[in-house]
Each structure stands twice: as structure tokens, then as C-alpha cells.
Design a protein around this ligand. Structure first.
Ligand SMILES: [Zn+2]
Length: 149
């Protein structure tokens, strides 16, 4: 049973939307990609931007490169108040519901970008109450809030 569909998003181009109510903890979609060795991801210029949006750490040896058209999960947008989280089990990566999601809600997760000087290149348009205006992982958002004061 499909839990999501692709739809135009207010956050950024397309997004994934729940087509039915989804319970917290549900596996929603596999984050598909190709396994590459950590060594390879370190030397490949493709990932040399400091923000490897589609790159997930699998273990010490492997990363998962999800930057492919067949990886529908890559359309999920970042939110400062996300309803999903992404984690690996074995060599696979899944998107899970981290709270109960209502039919029609856009799926989102925290991209986990670190805070550094170029965070301003990654504005966030999630529009939630918690939005700090930039795509920065939750643990670092206080730095931006402090700057605003
Ligand atoms: Zn935001």
C-alpha cells in the first residue's frame, strides 16, 4: 500500500505527501541509492561541496549515494519541525514516521546540515513555527537564533 505521492511543494519544487494517515514508527519509503565506499565518497568531486545532501553514512566502510532519479525519497524536503527521520538498517536506509502524520501532510526530515559559515546559502522555507530560516541541523539552530538577537 502506497503511503505517499509526489506533489508540488510550498517548500521547494516537489515534495512527498501522505495519502493516508501514517502512524508514528511506520516505514514509509526506502531511501534508495548505490553503496559507495567511504574512501570513494571522500575523493569524488561530486560530494565535494560540504553539503552532501543525498549521502548517507551506512557504516565505517560504506556510504549510500541517493542522488539518483529512481530514489523517490530524495524529493522529501527539509523542515525545522520534521515528521520523518531517516536511518539505516543493515545496508538499507529507510524513511520512518517520527510522529503520527495526517493524510495530506507533506513529509519532511531534518537534513542535518552542520552549522558553518555558508549556512546562508541554504535558506529554509518550511514555514513551521520552529523555522530558523536556514537548513541547519536541530542541534545547531540555537547558533542562528543567537545571531538574530
Ligand atoms: Zn525551516
Amino acid at each position: 500500500m502506497k503511503l505517499y505521492k509526489i506533489k508540488k511543494s510550498k517548500i521547494d519544487k516537489n515534495g512527498l505527501y501522505a495519502v493516508r494517515d501514517i502512524r508514528k514508527g511506520t516505514k514509509i519509503i526506502e531511501y534508495k541509492g548505490k553503496l559507495i565506499s567511504v574512501r570513494q565518497s571522500e575523493i569524488d568531486p561530486k560530494f565535494d561541496n560540504g553539503k552532501a545532501i543525498y549521502l548517507f553514512k551506512i557504516n565505517k566502510k560504506y556510504d549510500l549515494d541517493g542522488d539518483f532519479k529512481f530514489n523517490t525519497a530524495r524529493l522529501i524536503n527539509h523542515s525545522c519541525d520534521p515528521n520523518c527521520e531517516v536511518f539505516g538498517s543493515g545496508h538499507k536506509v529507510w524513511v520512518y514516521a517520527m510522529k503520527n502524520i495526517k493524510k495530506g501532510d507533506e513529509l519532511s526530515y531534518d537534513y542535518g546540515f552542520s552549522y558553518d559559515d555558508d549556512y546562508k546559502n541554504y535558506p529554509c522555507k518550511c514555514g513551521t513555527n520552529k523555522c530558523v530560516g536556514y537548513i541547519v541541523r536541530e542541534g545547531s539552530r540555537w547558533r542562528i537564533k543567537n545571531k538574530k538577537k
